[in-house]
Design a protein around this ligand. Structure first.
Ligand SMILES: [Zn+2]
Length: 74
């Protein structure tokens, strides 16, 4: 009998190692990367949430109209 059990189905590799130098999708107006505890999205004060500064994308929020800012706790 040559009953060779199938080896693992799992695909090799897969997860990207976090790059400490890569600040995921942070904009100049962000005070912290998205998902940081104690922070949250707020309307960009520079463009008022429109995501635009004149004819260009707002430089603070990168055109999203939102920035990630620290939430002043209690
Ligand atoms: Zn903005």
């Amino acid at each position: 009998m040559s009953a060779v059990p199938p080896s693992s189905d799992q695909p090799a590799g897969g997860r990207e190692a976090p790059d400490p130098n890569a600040q995921a999708s942070m904009n100049p107006g962000d005070q912290a990367p998205p998902g940081t505890p104690g922070t949250g999205e707020d309307v960009c004060p520079r463009c008022g949430g429109s995501g635009k500064q004149g004819a260009s994308a707002c430089p603070d929020c990168g055109g999203t109209g939102r920035v990630n800012v620290g939430i002043g706790g209690a």
